[in-house]
Design a protein around this ligand. Structure first.
Ligand code: ZN
Ligand code: ZN
Length: 284
């Protein structure tokens, strides 16, 4: 693995529920999962159905030590966890982090509630990996691995959700999903998380035209993503958490409209990889 690259790979870009069919084949149908490689450190964000192929790839590349951060635990963000093969591998060390349920439920309780009968045939003790559960509170600054800084903040979503800002080697990538914006306002917590970011991965479930029908669902638009990125001086915008009914052709159109407004915008697709070179003197 290249030590001088901050790598971002999308394993699942679909929101709400996974989809399949020819009309979704180019952007993909897996739900939320993002991999980040900060040199030799591997971080994962969310455990949607995209976590399953991510697990195969991590095994194939010999990665046995990683951190998994949950934004929140709606199904589209956790459904892939039981199908994540490294969980069953004795040689794997996995740290699981969450903060959206702080004071209500620990990370361990959240995973244990989900992976047990009658929702799942067996209990967590079938997992042979070394699982280390970490709890934090929104606003905490996490240092999961040497030189990697992860800042956290609260998003606007039913039941709570955490936004993340990952800093390594002088590069910044932010994960801002799921969140709903107030019309005409820019969320200061998000501006803080995405300030001067190389890439902002943003909840673009709806368009502004659709938004009125779906107020209260806890999602946002590419138009709002563009406004936030412009205000915060961010350079890249990944349209993400695609609505399950959004076809490839519609996403092409959405990407074109977004690019016309903001050159760094693109619609994320399953399997897509971005690389940000880092200067070695900035790795701490
Ligand atoms: Zn979601
Ligand atoms: Zn959600």
């Amino acid at each position: 693995m290249d030590d001088d690259v901050f790598l971002v790979r999308f394993w699942g870009v679909r929101g709400s529920i996974s989809v399949s069919g020819p009309e979704f084949s180019r952007y993909g149908g897996n739900t939320i999962c993002i991999e980040m490689r900060c040199g030799k450190h591997t971080l994962l964000f969310d455990a949607g159905s995209g976590l399953r192929p991510a697990g195969w790839a991590l095994r194939a590349s010999g990665v046995t030590d990683f951190d998994l951060f949950f934004t929140h635990c709606h199904y589209d963000h956790i459904i892939g966890l039981p199908a994540f093969k490294p969980m069953y591998d004795r040689s794997v060390k996995l740290r699981l982090w969450s903060g959206h349920l702080a004071g209500r439920m620990t990370t361990r309780q959240m995973v244990d509630e989900f992976m047990r009968p009658p929702w799942f045939p067996v209990r967590l003790d079938v997992c042979k990996a070394s699982l280390d559960y970490r709890d934090f509170v929104s606003g905490d600054v996490l240092r999961p691995r040497q030189g990697v800084v992860v800042r956290t903040g609260s998003l606007t979503h039913p039941g709570g959700c955490i936004g993340y800002r990952v800093e390594w080697g002088g590069r910044v990538v932010a994960v801002i999903t799921d969140t709903e914006h107030e019309p005409g306002q820019l969320d200061q917590a998000i501006l803080d998380l995405i300030e001067d970011a190389d890439l902002v991965i943003y909840d673009c479930t709806y368009t502004e035209e659709e938004m009125e029908r779906y107020r209260g669902n806890g999602h946002s638009t590419w138009q709002q993503g563009v406004k936030l990125c412009e205000a915060a001086g961010a350079r890249g915008l990944a349209l993400f958490h695609h609505d399950p009914s959004r076809t490839d052709d519609q996403l092409d159109e959405m990407e074109k409209l977004a690019k016309d407004r903001f050159a760094g915008a693109f619609a994320a697709r399953d399997g897509q990889t971005l690389e940000f070179p880092v200067s070695s003197h900035k790795k701490r």
